[in-house]
Design a protein around this ligand. Structure first.
Ligand code: F6P
Length: 355
């Protein structure tokens, strides 16, 4: 009798909503369609290093007939962020071999996938990647797991903040994540009705922001404002700052607040909200569940067809595969200054940095 194929699956890097929906899809499809055994590797490469694997079966994924993984945030496998180093490459490969795995699915963002790509080459693994990140900075794919939910979480926060801002004629500064990319701030800022969106790719001028806020009050009768600030926002080099353009050690939102306070001569009533890891939590949106489920199924099919070194991508409305090397060569994907959404924001009178 032929030995059942042993498939490993791990989640690496920062968690996001939809990871468990990917695991559910992989386990269901691999076991029901191909009769493979699936093993969850706890804490990404650390699990491989320690030679740990948890058998996963579709029967173990439900709770009194309810399937919690589809809508459960986080990852049941655990994950590590920044700890995923290549220092222990030989031990990780040895751990993988000791587990007797025939193939591996790695769910990660660009940083984790770069490490897993080197490991799969070193270990000659059959490996397929699935992109996830709230930063949306993985190249060559129209969707990644987790981004849509994070955008919705921010939009919900902006909706709430708008009413309290309007009640007190305040400027609300909302700091959002995204690392070196502004996709999260841009998408959520437009969808949430922001007046100012600051992203790492387009430098801003504090003077321009203050003028814009003044104009909103004087010409548009909008006495409050919503300012969405990406954590990696950049001041323009030749723009004079009120507090000397020091790199903030207080967080970008607080820094922008103090800059606006100075420039407006304390005329504006400003409050800061740092959304932080709330953006990574919560139940996955319908879109993230769909993307997660379709990606999981596609990854299993790719392995069945003998493919390796590829990442599943969403392209023109369907799931395809791209070479992981090609994806990583263009990641992290940043917002292009002529991005259609940047133009859209400007067309609507949103301040989005220096043109
Ligand atoms: O990459 C996802 C992300 O949430 C970034 O947006 C953020 O900068 C970073 O991870 C936070 O990492 P940590 O959870 O390690 O603080």
């Amino acid at each position: 009798m032929r030995r059942q194929k042993r498939l490993g699956i791990l989640t690496s890097g920062g968690d996001c909503p939809g990871l468990n929906a990917v695991i559910r899809s992989v386990v269901s499809h691999a076991t029901l369609t191909y009769n493979w055994q699936v093993f969850g590797i706890p804490y990404a490469t650390r699990g491989l290093l320690d030679g740990k694997a948890i058998p996963l079966s579709i029967h173990g994924l439900d709770l009194r007939g309810i399937d919690p993984l589809l809508n459960m945030g986080g990852t049941i496998l655990g994950s590590i962020n920044k700890g995923d180093t290549l220092e222990h490459i030989d031990e990780i490969v040895a751990g993988y071999n000791a587990l007797g795995l025939d193939a591996l699915i790695g769910i990660g963002g660009d940083g984790s996938l770069a490490i897993l790509n080197q490991l799969q080459t070193a270990g000659n693994w059959q490996f397929i990647a699935i992109p996830k990140t709230i930063d949306n900075d993985v190249a060559l794919t129209e969707h990644v797991v987790g981004f849509d939910t994070a955008v919705n979480t921010i939009v919900d926060a902006l909706n709430r903040l708008t009413f309290t801002a309007a009640s007190h004629d305040r400027v609300m500064i909302v700091e959002v994540m995204g690392r070196s990319a502004g996709h999260l701030a841009l998408h959520a800022g437009i969808a949430g009705g922001a007046d100012v969106i600051l992203i790492p790719e387009i430098p801003y001028s504090i003077q321009d922001i203050c003028l814009h806020l003044q104009e909103l009050r004087d010409n548009w009768g909008r006495k409050f404002a919503i300012v969405v600030v990406a954590e990696g926002a950049q001041v323009a080099k030749d723009s004079s700052c009120c507090s000397g353009c020091q790199k903030p050690n207080c967080g970008m939102g607080q820094y922008i607040a103090s800059e606006i306070r100075n420039c407006s001569h304390e005329q504006l009533d400003i409050r800061v909200s740092v959304l932080g890891h709330i953006q990574r939590g919560g139940i996955p949106s319908a879109l993230d569940r769909l993307v997660a489920t379709a990606f999981g199924k596609a990854a299993v099919d790719l392995l069945f067809n003998g493919e390796t070194g590829k990442m599943v991508i969403w392209h023109n409305g369907k799931v395809e595969a791209a070479s992981l090397d090609a994806v990583l060569a263009q990641s992290p994907l940043r917002v292009a200054p002529d991005d259609y959404l940047v133009e859209t924001a400007r067309a609507l009178g949103i301040y989005i940095g220096i043109q």
